[in-house]
Design a binder for this molecule. Structure first.
Ligand code: HEC
Length: 412
């Protein structure tokens, strides 16, 4: 394991027994409050170093929003929801969006409508105007044109409440790999957490589990059937996953027993997907908390590296694209569907960014000698590849010398 990152102590740890390294991954939520971080929340930005924090700016209560029209709100978001929003939602939207409603989008599911709303993907979001509960009803296609828009009064109340919720989304420090906190679906429901925001190479990788609160009032969170889902051919190495509960935006409670601390393993679809024993009981849970997953380290191993944007695109266009022309015209441009599937060069010259992503998936950035594009085309290599420069070592070497500087630049 790596030496521990610096501990930026702000949030009081709840357990003395926790090693510093893992705490450092998830604490620091309070540091961010008050300082606006303006960026696109949770989009995959390609930064491999950490998640992008939510965009909301205040932790002291909702601002009401620029064009929100609502009164500035403070207080308990659940209470605000129950008082100002729930009755209107039930009467305007309940017929279709309660359980057994006609829409099959049950964000008003009994018994606890607050949990149902806040754990429904896309409703509580950092940038309130993007909330689907505001955008979808305003779309003329909503319910095939049969469903209503929100009344103006309800829309204003809904906005104010969403602003308040957005201001409470915890903001973990961007040390290590931390998923933006979310409210899990409860009562044994199946949860899927995508890891895209942790780096471009983790696109479509997910962690799944069933979540159940224990105790009345809830004091523990039972996570079962925890599984890691890389994509095919990928081997994903995970070190020390950690579930953290956020009862509020200023308190972080890492799993007190740190039950996954010994995980230092490779996951793949044709190998292992269960995480640890598959079960974690988080013993410092509270009703309406957010949950997050952090990793001390995560990276891909093996030969497969999914397409990611090139960092040295101009080198690619100037030096590499002309050298790959021969590959594109003969096979990889569409002439041979199998070759195109393996490395699609049909856009070479017209969309180099796209072509470069394809080629980048077939190199080891920074290491020409082990890069697949040089291994399989080497006339002296026994691997089966239709094209090996017609057996000409000279032509092969010229190709390698031309392309290698870009391969190295990608590794910078
Ligand atoms: C007459 C039935 C009906 C009513 C009333 C209704 N909806 Fe819908 N709604 C639907 C249907 C059907 C869908 C699924 C198809 C679609 O997205 O248009 C849907 C979809 C949605 C979605 C998208 C869900 C998702 O998972 O993407 C949201 C959000 C939504 N409605 C909000 C509302 C709100 C807010 C109200 C109250 C103002 C409301 N709806 C009232 C029928 C209704």
């Amino acid at each position: 394991m790596r030496p521990s990152p610096v501990l930026r102590a702000v949030v009081k740890p709840t357990s003395q027994a926790l090693p510093i390294a893992l705490l450092a991954l998830t604490i620091g939520v309070a540091v961010a409050s008050g300082t606006a971080s303006c960026g696109d929340a949770s989009s995959s930005t390609g930064s491999p170093t950490g998640p992008v924090g939510p965009t909301s700016t205040s932790s002291t209560g909702g601002s009401g929003g620029g064009d929100g029209g609502g009164e500035p709100l403070g207080g308990d978001p659940r209470a605000v929801f129950l008082e100002t929003v729930e009755p209107g939602l039930l009467s305007e939207c309940g017929a279709c969006h309660q359980l057994q409603g006609s829409s099959e989008s049950y964000f008003l599911a009994a018994p606890d409508l607050y949990i149902s709303m806040t754990s429904y993907p896309g409703i509580v979001v950092a940038n309130v105007p993007d909330s689907i509960v505001l955008t979808r009803p305003a779309d003329p296609g909503h319910g095939s044109g049969q469903a209503p828009d929100l009344s103006e009064g309800l829309r204003a109340k809904l906005k104010s409440w969403l602003e308040l919720e957005a201001s409470r989304i915890p903001k973990p420090d961007d040390i290590g790999f931390v998923v933006t906190p979310f409210k899990p679906k409860l009562n044994g429901a199946f949860n899927t957490v995508y890891l895209d925001e942790l780096g471009q190479e983790f696109e479509n990788v997910s962690i799944t589990f069933n979540a159940t609160e224990l105790g009345a009032p809830p004091s523990m969170l039972l996570l079962e059937n925890i599984e890691v889902h890389p994509i095919s051919e990928m081997q994903l190495h995970l070190v020390h996953p950690l579930f953290t509960a956020y009862p509020s935006d200023t308190v972080a409670n890492p799993d007190p027993s740190d039950s996954l601390s010994l995980i230092d393993e490779v996951f793949s679809l044709d190998g292992k997907i269960q995480l640890g024993t598959g079960t974690v009981i988080h013993t410092a849970w509270a009703k309406d908390s957010y949950l997050s997953i952090a990793f001390e380290d995560m990276f891909l191993v093996g030969d497969y590296f999914p397409p990611t944007d090139c960092v040295a695109l101009s080198d690619f266009s100037q030096e590499v694209a002309p050298a790959l022309e021969v590959c594109a015209t003969n096979c990889h441009g569409g002439e041979n569907p199998q070759a195109q599937g393996a490395m699609d060069l049909s856009k070479l010259g017209s969309d180099d960014a796209l072509a470069c992503r394809q080629v980048r998936a077939r190199i080891k950035p920074g290491s020409a000698d082990t890069s697949q594009i040089f291994v399989v085309t080497n006339p002296l290599d026994p691997s089966a590849h239709l094209f090996k420069f017609g057996g000409s070592i000279g032509n092969y070497n010229t190709f390698k010398e031309t392309v290698s500087p870009w391969v190295n630049a990608e590794g910078q």
